[in-house]
Write a protein that binds this ligand. Structure first.
Ligand code: G3P
Ligand code: CA
Length: 348
């Protein structure tokens, strides 16, 4: 009798706890961050690319931000305009001595008049030839405020809650130009009512000093992500990226940030002699310090060496390494992969 009672009790607990466990597993699934929007399909950082990412079910949509001459945050990956707009034909005499066209030398009105396009390399050819045709379409460079309006409007009409994942580009460059990009971005977030939405906004930067400034001086409550670059890329930061990947470096990061955004090849290091993936201990070190890990950039048309398919890449990072989210140009594929995993878990 007592045993039967105990079994009934256990069955009752299971009936209560199992759905809860399934829900918790689903709720803690890694986040899909649409890198520059659905940029595998439409020119990066254009509003159509952001609308498409929203429709594809991205959890967060990324905004890289730089300032115009009049101090307005616009959504643009580079501090230059030449790789992703027609600035060179529209304003041929406005390049600096290095031949580059800097967004900060142009007013918002001028930048609004440019056509945004698929990214071109220094040879004038499309960086990703299989993507949206270069020099085609009638796209514009949006302001951060316009993009937030689009995302929050779609959230309203589609009954969703999509996050912003904002990167402050070239903070030291902007400071040298007399502009405070961190302050300007927080002003826009305040104006749009997002400045305290801690579950819906991440701020990311390669520059540790800017993240400390955001946390300690500007006192934002928003979660901060320390991006980790390859030193050869020349990102606008004096931080030592090799140190950031050590236990001592991550101890430091945990004082001002909530997570890290490493390059995926700082986690996947290639294959060993027997063909097994070689993995760094970066994720374990970060998790041990309570830091989230959101690596970049997952592209089905630019796989790392030794990875045979996009599914294999997602499987490695999501099922084997266990990252907390990832930046991808193909949010539909990551969403689909995770959806399959969610259904699998729910059936367990
Ligand atoms: O912000 C994460 C990732 O986007 C960093 O690389 O150069 O694409 O901004 P990038
Ligand atoms: Ca970025």
């Amino acid at each position: 009798m007592r045993r039967r009672h105990r079994l009934r009790h256990l069955a009752l607990i299971s009936a209560i706890l199992l759905p809860w466990a399934a829900m918790t597993a689903a709720a803690s699934l890694p986040i899909v961050i649409a890198h520059r929007g659905a940029s595998g399909y439409l020119p990066e950082h254009t509003l159509p690319a952001k609308a498409m990412a929203h429709a594809m079910g991205a959890d967060f949509i990324e905004q890289d931000v730089v300032l115009t001459r009049d101090g307005v945050p616009v959504v643009l990956h580079d501090i230059h305009l030449d790789a992703t707009t027609d600035v060179a034909t529209r304003f041929p005499d406005r390049a600096r001595a290095d031949g580059r066209y800097y967004a900060i030398d142009f007013s918002l009105e001028e930048i609004r008049s440019l056509r945004a396009q698929e990214r071109l390399g220094s040879d004038g050819q499309a960086v990703y030839p299989g993507r949206f045709p270069a020099h085609t379409g009638n796209f514009r460079v949006p302001t951060l405020a316009e993009e937030i309006d689009l995302i929050s409007g779609l959230d309203h009409s589609r009954q969703r809650r999509t996050g912003l994942y904002i990167e402050l580009k070239g903070p030291r460059f902007h400071r040298n130009e007399g502009q405070d990009i961190a302050l300007r971005v927080l002003e826009v977030l305040r104006e749009k009512g997002y400045e305290r939405r801690t579950g819906q906004v991440f701020l990311q930067c390669f520059d540790d000093a800017t993240l400390r400034y955001l946390r300690h001086d500007l006192q934002t409550p928003l979660p901060l992500i320390q991006l980790i670059a390859d030193p050869g890329w020349g990102e606008d930061s004096a931080v030592d990226y090799a140190f950031l990947q050590t236990a001592a470096g991550l101890d430091e990061v945990a004082r001002y940030a909530d997570g890290i955004g490493p390059w995926l090849e700082q986690i996947y290091l290639g294959r060993d002699a027997s063909g097994e993936p070689l993995l760094s201990d970066l994720v374990a070190l970060a998790h041990a310090r309570g830091l989230q890990v959101h690596p970049y950039t997952f592209r089905s048309d630019a796989l790392p060496e030794g990875i045979e398919s996009f599914t294999a890449l997602l499987d490695l990072f999501l099922n084997q390494v266990g990252v907390d989210g990832l930046f991808t140009d193909f949010p539909d594929l990551a969403r689909e992969f995770l959806q399959d995993r969610r259904q699998y878990r729910t059936q367990q």
